[in-house]
Design a binder for this molecule. Sequence first.
Ligand code: DAH
Length: 343
Amino acid sequence: MTDELASTVTDAIEAIRSASSLEALRQAETAALGKRSPLAALSRQLGSMPAEQRKDSGARLQEARSRVSAELDRRRAELEIAERSRRHEAERMDLTEVIGESSRGHVHLLSQTRDELEDVFVGMGYRVAEGPEVETDWYNFEALNMPPAHPARGMWDTLYVRWGEPESTVMRTHTSPVQIRVMEAQSPPIYIVAPGRVYRRDTPDARHLATFHQIEGLVIDRGITFGDLAGTIETFTGSYFGPGIHSRLRPSYFPFTEPSAEFEVTCAICKGDGCRTCSDTGWVELGGCGMVHPNVLRAVGIDPEQWSGFAFGFGIDRCAQVRHEIADMRVFLDNDIRLLSQF
Ligand code: DAH
């Protein structure tokens, strides 16, 4: 039986190695190990052998099967790689007609806007910070002076993530939680901006998106006043939007600042005369700001008797919309090359 077994194995391995496709390999596998294979026939003979010999032959037969199987696995892996690259090659799309030979991709308008806003603040001595888009209730609300069930939580239509206790994990509704993360990680003085994506349970329209981008600012130092805040906002407005565009602050409410304000800039479309985009007011709202609430400082262990500061947060998408006079914000998410290639 030994000679017969050896040549059976050699033949099987030969057939496996020369299989040139996965289908051919499947056939070789059936021929080598299937019910009608020589190895199966040899197995059947084991039954009629005396016990001693059966044990010996059984072990050899098992070894033969293992060698054939290992060879099958090796060849299958080879053929799979070859088949995959053949498929990729076949599915390759010719996009030259769509994009034209000389045009290259470039950074999306919203990313360009984020970079420019960062540059303005870096130029004023700020550092750029980041935080996660999936947040805990503590960072998104509680540490920002909104204990559980605080009515101001309703200012944000929140998307919850199924994780941990019910409603303990959220898609961040604003970039303000980054303030908390930064204050936990470093001690004052602090000068940071934190750009990033935020999420709301909202229906998009011409001036709102359900996922959009904000840039948060936080300054904590000794003797910071509301005047510093107003001056910073005006400096930013002038450097980002250019001459002729100014800012104004109007009293407002946010739980994490006191006093709080809403900040608006001259409508770039009508230069302040009044038009449809600004509802005839001559101003467009960009975001909120204020003096950091002492409770927020206490939540991160900063002494409000020693340190004070201001914070602001505004829409990056809104900035791009105002500056480039884009009537409907929803185009930012369409990825339409005809729009993107203009910027
Ligand atoms: N987080 C607020 C929002 O999304 C905007 C905001 C208001 C941010 C006041 C601030 C602030 O830092 O001080 O509506």
